[in-house]
Ligand binder design. Structure first.
Ligand code: KIV
Length: 271
């Protein structure tokens, strides 16, 4: 008799339950099948197909150039790999800011063509009507406040956001607006830990932080940063769990040297 262990998929409800029971939520970015398979099997709860793919996968300086078609390509690769995690996909810059109709049609493309589980978009009051329109279509939405990289040319820097009272007050209002609109979770990026803790406490939806301290309901990092594939990016909030850049470099150098010396392939590595 074969015993199939049923995999309990992570849903937006799972995240809500986790917040209620005080269990922290783990989230990482993924942009391709092979990495998503490893992260999902390792037990990550949420995979974000972030528009950081624009930096990490395509080498752009900002997240602005990535297109909806490219996001759909990355998202569908991730979805094919995943058995358990909730897969959230960023709506890229220019695919939702125009009006609610545009936002809805972009979200629908992501859900239909990539078979994603939810979408994420940046901003508060400015995008709340679009959030509501997307939710009306039955698509779960994750919000994103604080440092919102799609607005980098408005901010001018990647410095910590909402240090001043006025910006902190707007962020708190926006967080409430997004919750009232029906967002299932909120990402808070690079804001003071005390502010993030206050927001997480005041909301009933989970707050996932990146550079927002540990008094929130979960954490997200860019996978390539935490695995040490990217090396130039060294913000204070980043903990590197591996130095894959060095490990890959050494492996590739060994491979080159084995080819040059005639050591590879050996007798057991040929037909
Ligand atoms: O695109 C991304 O990777 C993100 C995370 C930094 C939250 O939005």
């Amino acid at each position: 008799m074969s015993v199939h262990k049923e995999i309990r998929k992570v849903t937006t409800h799972t995240l809500q339950e986790m917040k209620l029971s005080g269990q922290k939520i783990s989230m990482l970015t993924a942009y391709d099948y092979s990495m998503a398979r490893i992260l999902d099997a390792a037990g990550i709860e949420v995979l974000l197909v972030g528009d950081s793919a624009s930096n990490v996968m395509a080498g752009h300086e900002t997240t602005l150039p990535i297109t909806l078609d490219q996001m759909i390509y990355h998202a569908s690769s991730v979805i094919r790999a995943v058995k358990r995690a909730l897969v959230v996909v960023d709506l890229p810059f220019g695919s939702y800011q125009g009006n609610t109709k545009e936002a809805l049609s972009s979200a629908i493309r992501i859900m239909k063509q990539a078979e994603a589980h939810a979408v994420k978009l940046e901003g508060g009051a400015e995008v709340v009507e679009s959030v509501k329109r997307i939710l009306l279509a039955g698509i779960p939405v994750m919000g994103h406040l604080g440092l919102t990289p799609q607005s980098i040319y408005k901010f001018g820097t990647y410095e910590v956001r909402a240090k001043e009272e006025a910006e902190a007050a707007k962020l708190k209002q926006d967080a409430l607006l997004l919750q009232e609109a029906g967002c299932f979770a909120l990402v808070l990026e690079k804001v003071p830990a005390k502010l993030a803790a206050d927001v997480a406490k005041s909301l009933h939806i989970p707050v996932i932080g990146i550079g927002a301290g540990n008094q929130v309901d979960g954490q997200v990092l860019v996978t390539h940063d935490m695995l040490g594939i990217t090396v130039e990016f060294k913000p204070r909030f980043l903990r590197r769990y591996l130095d894959l850049n060095t490990a890959i470099t050494q492996a590739v150098q060994q491979y080159i040297s084995d080819i040059k010396s005639g050591d590879f392939p050996n007798d057991s590595e040929q037909y």
